[in-house]
Design a protein around this ligand. Structure first.
Ligand code: FAD
Length: 444
């Protein structure tokens, strides 16, 4: 299974490189040096082409196409999307800067009122790109609400790529070379198809994924569990640990989904549950949802699952607070499967009363070969267990020297700060990077 994902990853990376560099390769192969204009001008064009191709590919990356997300995992894809967008931003910025250096007469185009329409479009694209990148990078600092930002991020990005593509066709540099013109037409067509897919076809397909809430109950730790059943007797087959995007609007066309790990067992997919901590605008509404209410579910997504590592001989779970949800799905599934592989659960919480699923974990412990290590920041009096945050000492005390070598896979989900620290501790305990898997609850 691992080899299969690696192969898929390699193929996608190869396709990505091909898409990004083909325009420039066609240009280099198709023109003999004597027909090039002059070096700085050509370099400027090359940066512009690569930057635009990179930006256009982002739409495919973020289109929630399962074949692409499955081998990498959504968090990696979004992380890559962010990094690549920044790279594209600088490449695109280099395009006019090199032109100005090549020939100072291009500076006249900076006057947007007198610049020809083809240049105006390029300038608009760059201006909106700056806005897109700044608002994405500094969203939290600028206190822009997520839903508002997401809506405008989509519109801005679409306008940037659309305007830049028209700019390329109108300015026409080298586009009289037919293969290049055809290539950019193909890219434009792909862009439009992906856009139509994500904005219209995908939400339309989501209508088939209508579920209703069958129960709602409060959990420890300010969380609520909702159970859902498909209105069409559809069964959502998922791997334990995966997540889904859910939206509670009357129609899925409103782009307002939120990602949540499926917390129920993968062995009982007829009814799925999500356990949601009250943390903000949407999560705040879960407690007042109604039984029978419609919920659209888009999933499963994600690569965080024990089922991706069937050869694992030992399993280590590390959870912080609500980060227990995907791990709970894995534990419940193990219990339903009678999976007796040795396992450890390190579970960090503020205090004894806020341990989500505490009672069920104690029951599941009896069914599995599982040791549970609670670490509490504010332990009750006479608490004999671990206190404070996770430390290397705690890991070592409960895993000993041998676990890292035992064919162990580690699954970790919790606050990012915790995961960064624990990852270092695990590495110091001899675990390899490839043995440590984590789910980030903050994709953006
Ligand atoms: C893969 C994954 C699995 C998750 N599983 C769970 C779970 O099982 N239980 C749970 O309680 N939480 C889970 N979360 C976190 C949950 O998605 C956010 O807490 C929730 O979307 C916040 O929405 P809000 O409107 O209540 O918060 P707000 O206060 O409006 O936003 C708080 C922050 O949450 C993030 N956020 C808000 N809306 C979205 C959105 N639509 N998509 C992505 N991020 C958003 C943004 O960074 C935002 O700044 C998961 C997140 C991810 C990425």
């Amino acid at each position: 299974m691992r080899v299969n994902y690696r192969l898929q990853q390699a193929l996608w990376i190869a396709l990505f490189i091909l898409l990004v560099f083909t325009p420039i390769a066609v240009l280099i192969i198709g023109f003999t040096p004597s027909t090039y204009l002059y070096p700085l001008y050509d370099a400027s064009l090359a940066f512009g082409f690569i930057g635009l191709a990179l930006m256009a590919v982002q739409f495919i990356l973020t289109a929630r196409i399962k074949w692409i997300k499955e081998p990498f995992g959504s968090d990696l894809i979004y992380h890559f999307h962010r990094q690549i967008s920044i790279a594209a931003f600088f490449l695109v910025l280099a395009h006019p800067i090199l032109l100005f250096i090549a020939d100072s007469r291009y500076l006249n185009y900076l006057n947007i009122f007198t610049a020809p329409i083809s240049i105006k479009l390029g300038e608009i694209a760059i201006f909106l790109l700056i806005l897109t990148v700044i608002s994405a990078e500094y969203r939290k600092k600028l206190k822009i609400h997520y839903d508002f930002w997401k809506f405008w991020h989509g519109i801005l990005a679409t306008t940037v790529v659309g305007a830049a593509l028209i700019h390329i066709f109108l300015t026409g540099t080298y586009l009289y070379y037919q293969p290049l013109r055809i290539l950019w037409l193909v890219y434009s067509a792909i862009f439009i198809v992906v856009l139509l897919y994500t904005r219209f076809i995908y939400p339309l397909l989501l209508i088939h994924n209508k579920y209703t809430i069958t129960s709602i109950h409060e959990e420890r730790g300010q969380s609520w569990t909702i159970k859902l059943q498909s209105t069409r007797n559809k069964i959502l087959y998922f791997k334990p640990g995966q997540f889904a995007w859910i939206t509670t609007w009357k129609t899925p066309f409103f782009d307002s989904e939120h990602p949540f790990s499926i917390s129920s067992s993968s062995e009982k997919p007829q009814e799925i549950s999500f356990t949601i901590k009250d943390l903000g605008k949407f999560t705040n509404t879960v407690k007042s949802m109604q039984i029978g209410q419609a919920v659209y579910v888009d999933g499963p997504h994600g690569a965080f699952s024990i089922d991706r590592y069937p050869y694992a001989e030992h399993l280590v779970y590390i959870a912080g607070g609500i980060g227990i949800t995907p791990i709970m799905s894995m534990l419940r599934s193990m219990a339903d499967r009678g999976d007796q592989r040795p396992a450890r659960l390190f579970y960090n919480n503020r205090d004894w009363d806020s341990i989500t699923f505490r009672e069920e974990i104690e029951t599941i412990k009896q069914l599995l070969d599982l040791e549970v290590i609670y670490t509490l920041e504010k332990p009750p009096q006479k608490w004999a267990g671990e206190t404070g945050f996770m430390t290397q000492e705690i890991l070592h005390n409960h895993l000993g020297n041998a676990w890292a070598q035992k064919g162990t896979e580690v699954f970790m989900c919790g606050p990012q700060v915790m995961m960064n620290i624990v990852k270092k501790q695990l590495r110091a305990e001899g675990f390899l990077e490839a043995q440590i898997h984590y789910e980030l609850f903050n994709l953006i």
